[in-house]
Design a protein around this ligand. Structure first.
Ligand code: SAH
Length: 343
């Protein structure tokens, strides 16, 4: 096993580098190169022999761009990244008024089994390492030539099913001598793994927790999201309240609108009443028209119906907006590029 350098803090890197027989100051040099996305051969202030030894005994794990799609409509970039072991993941780089936001993957595939989602069709292959999580940001920043200021963990995989690596990643990405991205500019999205939400609250990192709710009714939710069989809606919402108590961060809910499944006025009213009943903190609901997946038999809703659903929520005092679609021409929002490439 090669040493996974980018998963280390600077002091940890220093002890690995000195254990390999090099002076401590070399670690700082390597650290700076890694965060700029350089490979060993580009580390021009290191002796040649050291560079080849590092390549033999260690690895950095910044993924390689296998494919890049740029939206002609809004400049959104979708990357298909190849990992060191030949697996593929996807990231999406979006431009907002407040800066560049990257949506990163947390696993190769996913085992949560949500029925409308492309990432879960062939199950989970493996977890991503902290270096591979960071590496997506480093590779995209290098490619775009600009600083990335915001991160959303909403790509392929369930971040709370890769808990330890994700926590280490969050601490690394925040380090001032690394990427220095503020916790407040990071969102983590989960399908609702309740014990891990509780654990995350204990870490007291002021990131935004985003819950993929998609239905406020246990029976309907269990039908489309198997995780709901383990942790029901009431339990999930109580975990969200505790998260707010620990972190002071409002909770964001995602609600993917699926025609005939969860998009009726009655469903909007039920959602409003359940949220008002349980939630004891500020919340926001993001409505997302389903991005239809070829292998799945679900239909999307049109913008007008989505707007009506939002209206119903707002009328009942629940803050809701329909998410702006970015990169519609490059199929920016699901795990389908990876599927095409794996086949
Ligand atoms: N596993 C995490 C994060 C990845 S999914 C989670 O479940 O939150 C990011 C968001 O995209 C989730 O809200 C997920 O339910 C939603 N999603 C998945 N497939 C989708 C599709 N085909 N159309 C619209 N949203 C989808």
């Amino acid at each position: 096993m090669k040493i996974d350098l980018l998963s280390l803090t600077l002091p940890e890197l220093e002890s690995e580098i000195t254990a390999l027989g090099y002076p401590k100051f070399r670690a700082k040099q390597i650290f700076e190169w890694m965060y700029r996305g350089a490979n060993f051969s580009e580390m021009s202030n290191l002796p040649l022999q050291m560079r080849s030894q590092l390549a033999e005994k260690t690895q950095i794990n910044v993924p390689i761009i296998a494919k890049k799609l740029v939206s002609a409509l809004d400049g959104t970039v979708k990357y298909l990244f190849e990992l060191a072991d030949g697996n593929y993941i996807e990231s999406v780089l979006m431009r907002y008024k407040y800066g560049l936001t990257i949506c990163i993957s947390s696993q190769v595939g996913c085992r949560m089994g949500c029925k409308f989602c492309a990432s879960t069709i062939d199950g989970k292959v493996r977890d991503l390492l902290p270096s591979e999580l960071l590496g997506q940001i480093i590779a995209a920043a290098k490619d775009s030539g600009e600083r990335i200021s915001h991160v959303v963990m909403m790509g392929i995989g369930e971040p709370l099913d890769n808990y330890d690596n994700v926590i280490r990643f969050l601490k690394l990405v925040n380090m001032p001598n690394g990427l220095g991205i503020s916790y407040r500019s990071i969102s983590l999205s989960t399908c609702g793994v309740v014990p891990k939400i509780a654990a995350l609250a204990e870490e007291e990192l002021p990131i935004t927790l985003s819950i993929s709710l998609h239905s406020a009714d246990d029976r309907a939710r269990s039908e489309i999201m198997p995780v709901n069989n383990a942790y029901g809606v009431a339990e999930l919402l109580c975990a969200c309240n505790s998260y707010f108590e620990k972190t002071g961060r409002r909770i964001s809910f995602e609600y993917t609108l699926i025609e005939g499944k969860n998009d009726s006025k009655a469903e909007a009213e039920r959602l409003a009443s359940v949220l008002k009943k349980y939630m004891k903190c500020p919340i926001h609901v993001n409505l997302i028209p389903l991005n239809p997946v070829a292998e799945r038999d679900f239909k999307t809703v049109d913008r007008a119906n989505a707007a009506k659903f939002a209206e119903t929520l707002n009328r009942h005092g629940v803050n809701a907006t329909v998410r702006r679609t970015l990169g519609p021409d490059i199929n920016a929002s699901c795990g389908q590029l990876r599927r095409q490439s794996t086949k």
